[in-house]
Design a protein around this ligand. Structure first.
Ligand SMILES: Cc1cc2nc3c(=O)[nH]c(=O)nc-3n(C[C@H](O)[C@H](O)[C@H](O)COP(=O)(O)OP(=O)(O)OC[C@H]3O[C@@H](n4cnc5c(N)ncnc54)[C@H](O)[C@@H]3O)c2cc1C
Length: 351
């Protein structure tokens, strides 16, 4: 177990933002993770778990407690059963399952960060989310002070949400297990219209699993959604805001606002999100409220490739980023009456 004091956290995040941690522990085995968590809890030190740092906004003042960097390794594929240590790099693990010809997570290729963080916000992209294939999470339960195994159902997954987000200081994920599909080298049915178009197939068709992964990676790269240290458009947390889900009354009021502002034929993106609920697009709202790609004059700006990504152009502070985020939230609220909610986890700061 490696321990450092007054350790800068910015290099551990994809935003490259945030002040130091009082103490930073790097844990390379499950036992080290559990020992570090137990010790922090016993001494009353606040705990911040860090995987790949790709969904974290850490305040400029840093973190006055123990930051625990999960650097465990372990990849095991037994038939269609996949088990990953929390510290495994998610996108590398996806690549290996695709090489093995298995389907189920190929459209989650290129999502940065660690395997252990994927259940936290039920990562999803291009028509897949981990909730569909994840069978079990092995986690240290800080309340019960023991290691527990949660089934997929017990993780209470929903859109960019889970039990882990609902109870943020309770579980530290040690391992994640998935049941993939052997479809003879073919992908899961392609659900996302943009991916289907790019592959030249219809929604619901299957394609060779490697082709699905490569197409998703190409689409993501075009939007600055694959990490590239030389490209400031990827110094981000991916989507900064979740897509708003509105009930019928709120959606009707929203449509009125949209039509008042953009004309009677304006039609915002709308997807069914369960009984009496509609999901619309945060990217569309931001763009139509006037925050177009590249927006901003300071060191924090909207990505030049995707309206939904706020980025650090190199010299930003967390306060610069938050000022931009607040400007976008207020602008969208003024224009359409919808309050955007941030997707990344904030540490020591809020919008
Ligand atoms: C360019 C880019 C593109 C992205 N695209 C997508 C996308 O398409 N879809 C999507 O869903 N997300 C996307 N993201 C967001 C991010 O990659 C995911 O949320 C990812 O799962 C975060 O993993 P991480 O290891 O970096 O987590 P971190 O940022 O390190 O942590 C995020 C949260 O999870 C907690 N956490 C991390 N590891 C553990 C653990 N082992 N146990 C308990 N808690 C833990 C942290 O405490 C924190 O609260 C993108 C980010 C970037 C930068």
């Amino acid at each position: 177990m490696q321990v450092t004091h007054d350790a800068p956290l910015a290099p551990l995040t994809t935003f490259r933002l945030g002040g130091p941690a009082r103490r930073l522990i790097t844990a390379r085995t499950d036992d080290e993770v559990v020992a570090a968590v137990r010790e922090a809890d016993r001494t009353g030190s606040p705990l911040l778990v860090i995987g790949g740092g790709s969904n974290l906004v850490i305040g400029d003042k840093g973190f006055d407690g123990t930051a625990l960097h999960i650097a465990t390794r372990g990849f095991s594929l037994d038939g269609t059963r996949l088990e990953l240590a929390a510290g495994e790099v998610w996108s590398d693990a996806v690549a290996r399952t695709v090489e093995a010809g298995l389907a189920g997570v190929e459209c989650l290729a290129g999502i940065p960060g660690s395997a252990g963080a994927t259940p936290i916000q039920n990562v999803g992209a291009y028509g897949q989310e981990v909730a569909s294939t994840l069978t079990e999470v092995v986690a240290y339960d800080r309340r019960a002070e023991e290691t527990v195994t949660l089934t997929g159902a017990e993780c209470a997954f929903s859109y960019r949400h889970s039990r882990f987000k609902a109870e943020p200081d309770r579980y530290v994920v040690l391992r994640v297990r998935f049941e993939l599909e052997d479809a003879g080298g073919m992908s899961a049915p392609i659900r996302y219209a943009e991916t289907a178009r790019a592959l030249g197939v219809g929604p619901g068709d299957r394609v060779p699993v490697a082709a699905a992964r490569e197409t998703v990676l190409a689409l993501r790269a075009g939007k600055g959604m694959v990490l590239d240290p030389d490209d400031h458009d990827t110094w981000s947390a991916g989507s900064f805001f979740t897509n708003p889900i509105l009930d019928d009354t709120a959606y009707a009021a929203f449509l009125d606002r949209v039509r008042d502002r953009l004309g009677p034929d304006a039609a915002p993106p709308a997807y069914p999100a369960g009984e009496g609920r509609t999901k619309t697009s945060a990217a569309w709202l931001i763009d139509k409220a006037g925050f177009t790609k590249g927006y901003g004059a300071g060191p924090a700006r909207i990505s030049t490739k995707h309206t939904l990504a706020l980025t650090n152009r190199g010299e930003a502070t967390t306060e610069d980023l938050l000022a931009l985020a607040r400007e976008v939230v207020e602008g969208v609220r003024d224009a359409f009456g919808v309050t955007l909610v941030n997707e990344p986890v904030t540490v020591g700061v809020s919008l």
